[in-house]
Design a protein around this ligand. Structure first.
Ligand SMILES: [Zn+2]
Ligand SMILES: [Zn+2]
Length: 157
C-alpha cells in the first residue's frame, strides 16, 4: 500500500530550539502487511525554523530521514516482539513517535545562519552582521594571541 501523508506540527514542545515548523511533515513510502506485522518504508521530510546560535536570526533547516519500522499488533506478547516495538490496532498505525524521534535525531546540534555570522555583541547586544557597534572589542583573546605569535615566527624566518 502506498502511503502519502502530510501534516503540520503545530506543537513544538519537546523540540528544543525549534521556533516552529515552516513546512508540514510529509511521509512518502510503502506500507506492507506481512500478515502478522506491518512494515513501513518511507521518507519523511519537513523544515524547522531554528534560531541562529550566534545572532538569533531565524534559520530554515530542512530535515529529511528514512523510516524503516515494523509495527506489531497491539497485544502481541512481549517475547514475540522486539523491545519498544511500535504497535498497531484496528488497522491504524501511529507514526507520531517515529516522526518525533526522527526529527529530534535530524536536528543539528548547533545552527548558524551563515558560516561568517558575526553574532551579537556581548556587551550591547547589537547584531554585528548589520554593522559594528561602538563597544571596545580589544579584549585579550588567547586564540588570537597564539595565531599572532605564529605569524611572527613566520616573519622572522
Ligand atoms: Zn547568525
Ligand atoms: Zn557592542
Amino acid at each position: 500500500m502506498e502511503v502519502s501523508l502530510s501534516e503540520q506540527i503545530e506543537n513544538t514542545a519537546g523540540y528544543p530550539d525549534v521556533v516552529c515548523f515552516s513546512e508540514p511533515v510529509t511521509i512518502e513510502g510503502v506500507l506492507k502487511n506481512t500478515g502478522k506485522q506491518m512494515v513501513l518504508n518511507a521518507v519523511c521530510c519537513t523544515e524547522a525554523k531554528i534560531l541562529c546560535s550566534r545572532c538569533l536570526a531565524e534559520v530554515n533547516v530542512p530535515i529529511r530521514f528514512q523510516i524503516e519500522e515494523t509495527f506489531y499488533p497491539a497485544g502481541y506478547t512481549e517475547q514475540e516482539k522486539e523491545k519498544e516495538a511500535e504497535t498497531f490496532s484496528d488497522d491504524r498505525i501511529d507514526v507520531s513517535g517515529i516522526i518525533k524521534r526522527g526529527i529530534l535525531a535530524g536536528l543539528p546540534m548547533k545552527v548558524v545562519c551563515r558560516e561568517q555570522c558575526k553574532g551579537l555583541c556581548s556587551k550591547c547586544g547589537k547584531n554585528l552582521n548589520e554593522g559594528p557597534c561602538s563597544c571596545d572589542h580589544t579584549e585579550f583573546d588567547p586564540r588570537l594571541e597564539s595565531l599572532r605569535s605564529l605569524f611572527n615566527v613566520d616573519e622572522e624566518v
